[in-house]
Design a protein around this ligand. Structure first.
Ligand code: MN
Length: 704
């Protein structure tokens, strides 16, 4: 059983007596505050914060973190307020406790939304003080260690959250030991049966492997000894959760995974790492493509090591990691190693610490861009599972990207402006598609254009959170501008009926519009009109003092002109698919803006007697872009008919978006095509060409 005495004994190895006293004071304060409260296991509540403090003490965390650990459930579970903690223990400790409490309030229900929000909180808390998350992780670790007493349902929920959020965070912060414990405990709680079975299989396999492991280890040690290199060689056992994941994600059999023999070699300094690499490559043949130098280029979480795979006796694959003692400590404790091995001479923050800060900074940036918590967590999740690719800028700078990253991700990683204006790229000097996945070692240069802008299509292939959030942000603001422009055009038409020119309205008139409409600004008012949540005519009328001179009702909506197929705020109804030349009518739909239908469309019938929702629209003389239209072709079944039909259509420079063949009987089929045309004349031309084919019986344009 852990006691406060045992803790202060442990602390005396690295804290000052007065600091230890402060920790003790926090302990007694918490003991009193939680007096009478029990854990589910029946123990006094104080055992929990004490255990959390013990975990942090093994990480050599400072006295303020330990005090916060003691007090971490006080604000949440007792009547003590943050302000009285501040009085008692100072602002820093109170802030830490408050930060942890806010994270504790995350009673994650299964809703993704809630989880996302909590993750956001976590990022913010980390940004303020990284110690908040360390206390929180220790809290979670103790809860996982004592999970046994929880009801099954709750157990699973906590385990799931641990696997999905806490383990990745620990990983991202380089805290490997903690991550492994989270994963294995989470796995056991989540899938007790699978875990037990896997554990048993693992035990048998270990027995069978033992002999060969010792043989290989002996051979390596002998070789290094011969070269007079002082090292520590250890066999590495894989953890059950990572075996499970490999079996699932790589579709491998347990045996295949276990057939790999893994070792770690720990040496004094970096030089020796490379010497060891040389001599073991001499001992067994390396698999060239599998060598990775994470010493020269550390992983995103600061991890450093040399990785190589060798082919041993009888062809068994041998995985070897080579690193210094420091790197090993860093690999196990990550950001916590900063506290654990802090030297007295106030050295600058370790690289892991700096990287963690960079990461958090990035998180916050993403959060500012993200519209809602779900979008944010989606971006963060991508970032939490780094599988890095390293590429070079034209000037030779290394850019680190997540696996599957494309040139667009690269462009955004270099600078948001470059991402926003990129139009093409060169990979190793050759023009390549922006969507191509990058590989480590490639040199990438981005070609930008002043008028370039993000394409919504990019969202289908970008892989980094940064690119995704920047593209969404851009599109959102573009939509905003477009709806203002449309709103302005609509209001302009409406005002014209009152003989007012929108370009000439005075500030006073603008103010009148704002006041009478209750909109927050003139721009906002225009946007609302553009989005269809306000009626242009009704707004225009607000400037009309004498209602009796109301323009005659047939004219109140002057036609709006459509100039292009590609406008974010004008859309074309899918039910009737209008094309230039068709008589049309506009329907103002909330949130979607103006939707254009065929004048004869049945779907619009209900709306016709609500003139406030209807807008007259006209096609411009020349309309740019391509409009989808459905046609039905009845044919006599004949070999290759679909192909020759498709040929005819593309000959007329129309795109086929969709083909559907419906066989009526052995002799007849009806082929439904969706084709992109520029206007009615274009369509008529195509239909004539189709009718001329001898197998074709009938061609019609499909309408609902
Ligand atoms: Mn707790």
């Amino acid at each position: 059983m852990q006691t406060i005495e045992a803790l202060s004994h442990r602390l005396s190895s690295y804290l000052q007596p007065e600091q230890i006293n402060l920790v003790k004071r926090a302990y007694f304060f918490a003991e009193q505050a939680h007096d009478g409260q029990m854990r589910r296991s029946g123990e006094a509540y104080i055992t929990h914060p004490l255990a959390v403090a013990h975990i942090l003490a093994t990480m050599h965390l400072d006295h303020q973190s330990l005090m916060a650990a003691m007090l971490h459930d006080v604000i949440e579970d007792t009547p003590v307020a943050k302000s009285s903690l501040a009085e008692q223990f100072g602002d820093t400790v109170a802030e830490l406790v408050d930060g942890v409490s806010k994270l504790t309030q995350m009673n994650f229900e299964t809703q993704a939304e809630k989880q996302a929000e909590n993750f956001q909180k976590m990022a913010l808390a980390m940004a303020r003080d990284i110690r908040v998350i360390l206390v929180k992780l220790a809290d979670r670790l103790h809860n996982m260690r004592t999970l046994g007493v929880m009801p099954a349902e709750k157990k699973r929920r906590i385990a799931k959250e641990t696997l999905e959020i806490y383990a990745p965070i620990a990983h991202r912060l380089g805290m490997n030991d903690m991550r492994l414990e989270f994963e294995d405990r989470g796995f056991y709680a989540m899938y007790p049966l699978r875990a037990t079975r896997l554990q048993a299989a693992l035990k048998t396999a270990r027995g069978n492997r033992k002999e060969l492991v010792e043989k290989i280890q002996g051979a390596i040690e002998k070789r290094l000894d011969h070269e007079k290199i002082l090292t520590l060689v250890v066999g590495r056992e894989k953890h059950i959760y990572s075996i499970y994941q490999k079996m699932r994600s790589k579709k491998k059999f347990f045996k295949e995974i276990m057939d790999v023999y893994a070792f770690r070699i720990i040496v004094e300094d970096i030089d020796t790492c490379y010497r060891v690499l040389g001599s073991i490559h001499n001992l067994y043949k390396p698999v060239v493509s599998e060598f990775k130098d994470y010493i020269a280029i550390p992983k995103a979480n600061g991890y450093q090591s040399l990785h190589t795979i060798l082919v041993g006796m009888h062809g068994v694959p041998i995985e070897v990691q080579i690193r210094t003692k420091e790197m090993d400590e860093m690999a196990n404790s990550g950001i916590a190693a900063h506290f654990l091995y802090k030297s007295d001479n106030d050295e600058p923050l370790g690289s892991t610490h700096l990287r963690a800060r960079e990461w958090i900074k990035g998180l916050l940036e993403m959060q500012q861009h993200a519209g809602d918590p779900l979008e944010f967590i989606e971006n963060v999740k991508i970032d939490l599972f780094p599988d890095e690719v390293y590429v070079f800028t034209p000037k030779g700078r290394i850019v680190e990207l997540s696996g599957g990253a494309t040139a667009v991700d690269f462009a955004y990683a270099v600078h948001t402006d470059i991402g926003n204006t990129c139009v093409a790229c060169r990979i190793n000097g050759r023009i390549a598609p922006l969507s191509q996945s990058l590989e480590s070692g490639q040199k990438v240069s981005i070609i930008t254009a002043d008028n370039g802008q993000p394409n919504p299509h990019w969202l289908n292939f970008v892989s980094s959170g940064k690119a995704r959030s920047a593209i969404r942000h851009f599109l959102k603001s573009q939509r905003h501008h477009e709806s203002i422009a449309l709103g302005r055009r609509m209001l302009g038409k409406a005002l014209a009926d009152f003989h007012i020119n929108i370009d000439e309205i005075s500030d006073e008139q603008q103010q009148t519009l704002i006041d009478k409409s209750g909109a927050s600004s003139f721009e906002r008012l225009l946007e609302e009109i553009g989005l269809g949540s306000r009626i242009a005519y009704a707004v225009a009328r607000l400037l009309q003092t004498d209602v009796s001179t109301n323009a005659n009702s047939r004219n109140i909506y002057s036609p709006l002109t459509i100039e292009s197929a590609d406008s974010m705020m004008i859309s074309f109804a899918r039910c009737c698919r209008p094309i230039p030349g068709d008589p049309i009518i506009g329907h103002i739909s909330t949130g979607k803006g103006l939707v254009v239908h065929l004048d004869s469309c049945n779907n619009i019938d209900d709306q016709r007697h609500k003139p406030e929702n209807i807008n007259q629209v006209n096609w411009a003389q020349i309309v740019t872009g391509e409009f989808p239209v459905d046609i039905l072709v009845e044919v006599e079944s004949e070999r290759g008919i679909v192909a020759s039909l498709a040929n005819r259509i593309t000959e007329q420079s129309a795109n086929i978006e969709n083909i559907n063949v419906d066989e009526r009987d052995a002799h007849n089929s009806v082929i439904k095509l969706c084709i992109g045309v520029t206007n009615r004349v274009h369509l008529a031309h195509i239909m004539r060409r189709i009718k001329a084919m001898h197998a074709v019986i009938k061609v019609t344009r499909a309408r609902n």
